[in-house]
Design a protein around this ligand. Structure first.
Ligand SMILES: C[S@@+](CC[C@H](N)C(=O)[O-])C[C@H]1O[C@@H](n2cnc3c(N)ncnc32)[C@H](O)[C@@H]1O
Ligand code: SF4
Ligand code: SF4
Length: 334
């Protein structure tokens, strides 16, 4: 339970974000890039930062993240539960007054999910792409076990399902949706985004009719059954995802409302656009206030866009453009 004081603090920080368009709302902290799995669409584990995995260093980074005004801190990786000090770091961030969330692949020991449920974490996401072994990241029974453990221990997780080459069929998606509903968990569906070059496991259609049909079949089903499943995706995000998968222009950010931090403190406008800045550097606060937005324009200028769910959804929270929202709903046939 979020305490009364923490709630008041969070509301204050949220209003600060509303009133100041350059204040970020959300930060991802990649506390490790190590992982026990090798999902074909993920390359996070390719960069080794293990020598920076140190509790005191991570706490200093969390202090600095707090100082930038964000409301929400997301612990991610790699597999964040591989850090033995993860519960201490979560509690530390929560005590500062941050709203904390974590994403795990669901394959760690049952005991770890029990401890996670007992920590001060506000929101847990477990990645489950499919209930079929050949379409999932790992043995789905193991991942389902983690979801049930969290549920049993009073921490209902969200399910994160990444649409990729392996699970793009309506029957698999319907099964995951039904599983989420039966477990009374929320669910978020997002397409794979592949950074420049590594296209193999993304599912952006290449013009073939059967591929377009697959995409449209899934998104038509989601739009027609939007209220029947505990979907976390906004309708706007679903429409962006459909367009992205059909090969249309992707959503583009301005680099203002979120950022990512690597285990050593390296600052990124997102995970694909890291900078030379380190959040622990003496000059960081000045750069953040005076030069961040100028650099954002330069650095992410050539970005071809994305549909990483955490970023467009964050910007949506601050979107007051009714016309834009209506148009995207009409375009997406919602
Ligand atoms: C990078 S993982 C880190 C946490 C944990 N290892 C896991 O898989 O849940 C965070 C989330 O990003 C998703 N993800 C990984 N690669 C992605 C990609 N190329 N595009 C979109 N989402 C991706 C994962 O499936 C997971 O839900
Ligand atoms: S489990 Fe998560 S971090 Fe590990 S390879 Fe898969 S998506 Fe990447
Ligand atoms: S990939 Fe591009 S649009 Fe997406 S968050 Fe990063 S910089 Fe922004």
């Amino acid at each position: 339970m979020v305490g009364k004081l923490k709630k008041t603090l969070l509301i204050k920080r949220y209003f600060n974000c509303l009133l100041n368009p350059s204040t970020p709302f959300f930060a991802h902290f990649f506390i490790t890039t190590r992982c026990n799995l090798r999902c074909p669409y993920c390359g996070v584990w390719k960069n080794d930062y293990s020598k920076h995995e140190n509790t005191e260093l991570s706490k200093k980074i969390i202090d600095k993240i707090y100082g930038t005004g964000v409301v929400e801190l997301s612990f991610t990786g790699g597999e964040p539960l591989l850090r033995g000090d993860i519960y201490e770091l979560i509690n530390y961030a929560s005590d500062l007054g941050l709203w904390t969330q974590i994403t795990s692949n669901g394959t760690m020991d049952e005991e770890m999910y029990k401890k996670l449920a007992e920590s001060k974490i506000d929101f847990v996401s477990i990645s489950l792409d499919s209930l079929r072994k050949e379409e999932a990241k790992a043995d789905p029974d193991k991942i389902i076990g983690a979801i049930k453990t969290l549920n049993k221990n009073g921490k209902k997780p969200n399910i994160s399902c990444i649409l990729n080459q392996r699970n793009m069929n309506i029957e698999s998606i319907k099964k995951v949706l039904k599983f989420a509903k039966d477990e009374k968990c929320s669910i978020m569906l997002c397409p794979v985004v592949i950074k420049r070059g590594e296209k193999k496991f993304s599912f952006r259609v290449s013009g073939k009719e059967y591929e377009k049909n697959k995409v449209n079949e899934i998104f038509d089903f989601l739009s027609q059954n939007y209220g029947n499943y505990p979907l976390m995706d906004t309708m706007h995000f679903l429409s962006l995802s459909r367009n992205y998968m059909l090969g249309a222009e992707a959503w583009r950010c301005k680099g203002t409302r979120f950022y990512d931090i690597m285990p050593d403190g390296t600052f990124g406008f997102c995970q694909d656009f890291l900078t030379k800045q380190n959040i622990l550097d003496d000059d960081f606060d000045r750069w953040f206030k005076e030069e961040r937005l100028k650099d954002a324009k330069k650095i992410i200028f050539g970005c071809e866009g994305c549909v990483y769910s955490c970023y467009p959804n964050t910007e949506d929270i601050f979107s007051f453009n009714v016309f834009h929202v209506l148009m995207t709903l009409i375009k997406a046939r919602f």
